[in-house]
Ligand binder design. Structure first.
Ligand code: HBI
Ligand code: FE
Length: 299
């Protein structure tokens, strides 16, 4: 079917769809000097659109991180310059990859504080939707959050946890935790809910939908509940999970996931739009957006 407009970036595609590069860790040179004027112009369009939308929507930590990084409107950032600043703040660096890489390669990088960022940028006709994380999703969406110590530690712990979860055969459970936090998480601030998830922060339409639309549920984050909740990879989320503050993610990094995996195994899983009687609900959504889509598809 036609890919929906404005959908977030798709993750977890068969990495085989990316041409296998010669290095075993799948890194490549960013080739910053080879970006065309058109590619820098696409970056500028995306950057300016988000910069207009995010004030009052992105969390303070995102704004602060962006301010301290060499990321501007006119050019696709140079990963070496990003890494210089990141390394000083939280020990992270940005490495270029051709696109999605195999899970174990991805986790190995995260476990060593290397963030794999797509070196390519979407085409002008893909402004609102693309299959794989490109440089705008990865650098504009993820890198500013890596300047925050809590997120920096959390994503490294996710890398370590991912390698272990893979061996235990429970990667799908852990991937949900990443998805509903790092990619699509919301955080409470004194002046209201704010975006910290990179999949939202890098998407013009979802930056509005996630906070302003009456359709989605907004539910207090609960680790076990999220581990059992499926997610959508090619459209807006039906439920957004909300944390009190980013330090809450650090507590997750300390939990023994082993016993949690055991508890969750065999338990029923929840559809993305489910609201449970045990949920601490901030907004019970109308579900209108996804209901209309489903009707459209079945018509
Ligand atoms: N590769 N480059 C890249 N970026 C991702 O976000 C990514 C990936 N490979 C696997 C993956 N994400 C997810 O499937 C894991 O988080 C589970
Ligand atoms: Fe991402």
């Amino acid at each position: 079917m036609l890919q929906p407009l404005n959908a977030p970036v798709k993750h977890g595609l068969a990495a085989g769809e990316t041409a296998r590069p010669e290095r075993t860790d799948w890194t490549i040179d960013q080739g910053w000097a080879h970006y065309s004027t058109q590619e820098h112009a696409t970056w500028k369009t995306l950057f300016e659109r988000q910069s207009k939308l995010l004030p009052g929507r992105a969390c303070d930590e995102f704004v602060q991180g962006m301010r301290e990084l060499p990321i501007g409107a006119d050019e696709i950032p140079d990963f070496r310059r990003l890494s210089d600043v990141l390394m000083k703040h939280t020990g992270w660096q940005v490495v270029a990859v051709p696109g999605l890489v195999p899970d174990e390669v991805f986790f190995e990088h995260l476990a060593n504080r290397r963030f794999p960022a797509g070196h390519f940028i979407r085409k002008p006709h893909q402004l609102d939707y693309l299959e794989e994380p490109d440089v705008f999703h990865d650098v504009f969406g993820h890198v500013p959050m890596l300047m925050n110590p809590a997120i920096a530690d959390y994503i490294q712990a996710y890398g370590v946890g991912g390698l272990r979860a893979q061996k235990l055969g429970v990667l799908d459970k852990l991937a949900r935790v990443y998805w509903y936090t790092v990619e699509f998480g919301l955080v409470k601030q004194k002046d209201g809910l704010r975006i910290y998830g990179s999949g939202i922060a890098s998407s013009a339409s979802e930056s509005v939908f996630a906070l302003d639309d009456a359709s989605p549920n907004r539910v207090r984050f609960d680790l076990e509940r999220v581990m059992r909740t499926r997610y959508r990879i090619d459209d807006f989320q039906e439920t957004y999970f909300v944390i009190e503050d980013l330090d809450e993610l650090l507590e997750l990094a300390r939990i023994d996931f082993g016993s949690l995996y055991q508890r969750v195994q065999g338990q029923p899983e929840y559809e993305p739009g489910t609201v449970l009687p045990t949920d601490r609900v901030l907004t019970r959504g109308t579900g209108h957006y996804h209901d209309t889509k489903r009707q459209g598809e079945s018509a």
